[in-house]
Design a protein around this ligand. Sequence first.
Ligand SMILES: Nc1nc2c(c(=O)[nH]1)N[C@H]1C(S)=C(S)[C@@H](COP(=O)(O)O)O[C@H]1N2
Ligand SMILES: [Mo]
Length: 251
Amino acid sequence: MTDRRSFLRMTMVGAAGVLVVGCDRISRTLWGPDVLGQAEGLNRRVQALLSPSGSMAKEYTEADISPVFHPNGTTMPATPAYQALLADNFRDYKLQVDGLVRRPASLSIDQLKRLDTRTQITRHDCVEGWSAIGKWQGTALSAVLDHVGVDPRARFVVFHCFDEMEEDTPYYESIDLTEARHPQTLLAFALNDKPLPVPNGAPLRLRIGRQLGYKQAKYLARIELVSSLEDIGDGNGGYWEDQGYEWYAGI
Ligand SMILES: Nc1nc2c(c(=O)[nH]1)N[C@H]1C(S)=C(S)[C@@H](COP(=O)(O)O)O[C@H]1N2
Ligand SMILES: [Mo]
């Protein structure tokens, strides 16, 4: 299985060429959306073989924790909404949960802490070629979904963030309901036993165990349950996906 796995992975990386480009706009000019678009179909099929829905990301020990968890992408959202919350140390912060749910909710960090919380030490891999191991504490996304009640028409969870990558273009991400209900999928409020630092996404970010860095949306403002990704952003399921990155960013 290991051999087959690494063979598939090499094939995938070679064909897609995706893992050699960074989290920046160069990807579009280098490869063009068509190359990445074609590679994505292949990648999704290969990923379906590599990551059955129940498989777990490796968890590490306290001794493995990286001394510094390098921040990347936005490190300080400039939007007035975020700045106002930060000024009061996020006391008035509430995560909005809406869309195809039975009971839309606005949840404070304290309310999230009263749902099912988990702690896990996992590795973060960025396509720019760096990794870091961190200890994350957060609420299981599945518990939040149970709290609001998911409408049967819902297929994806969309994460809307406070930071804008360009004017009026907020960072966003999405995952399917299988990934959302995976036991290692957390809404994290703490990193290495401290409240999540601003550069790493305070007050709340997504942590999914089995996908690359850009899926790990920081600065969460709102979670929306949808039946299709078509009407969100440019329709590819995430800010970087709209620049040509693949939606299923399996590690
Ligand atoms: N809201 C938001 N989330 C984001 C980003 C961003 O720019 N904005 N960058 C992504 C990328 S490319 C990476 S590698 C990780 C970096 O997380 P870190 O800053 O905690 O290292 O966040 C991801 N989530
Ligand atoms: Mo990244």
